[in-house]
Write a protein that binds this ligand. Sequence first.
Ligand code: HEC
Ligand code: HEC
Length: 267
Amino acid sequence: MERRDFRFAPLLATVFLVIAILVAGGCAQKSQTPPAQPTPPTTQPAPASAPAPAPTPPPLSDAAKEGAKLYVSYACVSCHGIGGKGGIANPNNAGGDATIPALTGDDFKKDFGKDEDVAKVIKSGSILNKGKATSMPSWNGVLNDQQITQLTAYIRAGLPDAGVALPAVKTGEDVYNAYACVKCHGPIGKGGVANVAATDPEDKDIPALGSADFHKEFNTTDKIRAHIVGGMVIENGKPSVVYMPKWGDVMKPDEVNLIVNWLNTYK
Ligand code: HEC
Ligand code: HEC
């Protein structure tokens, strides 16, 4: 009775093969899962050295430092933001941008690659929106060429913090200074700077605010308010002629009240 039954041998072989495949597959799958993380030691070893300090930006040139002051005193900061970050709402803009543009970043570098391009837009402004949206004011003659070069140097340097304090705005007179009204209209009641590119003799000077003439024409707070909030484009919107910027979307409502009431009472 030494007879061994070999009829089951193929079947057994198949079963073993299947098991072998399953085990091998299981192992393969297991080997794909990451090994268990060793529990971290309870006390962290002290770092070998302190983290590397952030690279210090190159020091600002003298021109850029002056530009940083102008950026605040000419109210660029109130429209383009601290550090030129942009983003102040410009809701009525027909051109597409819902915010006042940043003066940093790739888009800006692409469109304003050359210093001349930056200087040109500061001088000419943008008259695209003709009063409905906030436009870039023209500063032609209000800022001289040296100041425009200084502003351009600051913009090129990436508008870093240069330690220039933003003015506190508590009174109408503060608004007059903080929003650069004084730079175009001059000391209150005295008359403004020349509007060098204007062709109409009537527009040769930026008007005085607070003069008898002013109060004759702007005899209600509503009239004063409308001009400040809405701005105005003179000379059919030709570039390089200085026009009244539209401040309505930029100034806070209480600042508008301060300046309107102050101008109305300042006689
Ligand atoms: C009343 C708001 C306002 C003030 C103040 C202002 N800007 Fe602008 N600026 C704008 C707007 C809006 C544009 C975009 C114009 C456009 O798209 O046509 C612009 C555009 C520019 C641009 C071109 C960038 C671009 O992408 O179009 C430069 C550069 C610039 N301003 C610099 C300045 C400087 C420097 C000052 C201060 C001397 C200043 N701006 C003050 C509103 C302002
Ligand atoms: C970039 C120069 C500039 C700045 C900055 C500026 N203005 Fe004007 N403003 C003008 C010009 C130019 C006119 C006259 C032509 C016009 O109305 O467009 C004017 C007109 C006015 C008028 C009407 C006076 C008149 O006799 O026509 C008022 C009111 C006024 N501005 C108030 C302000 C106030 C308030 C500020 C600050 C929040 C300010 N302006 C900032 C240029 C400027």
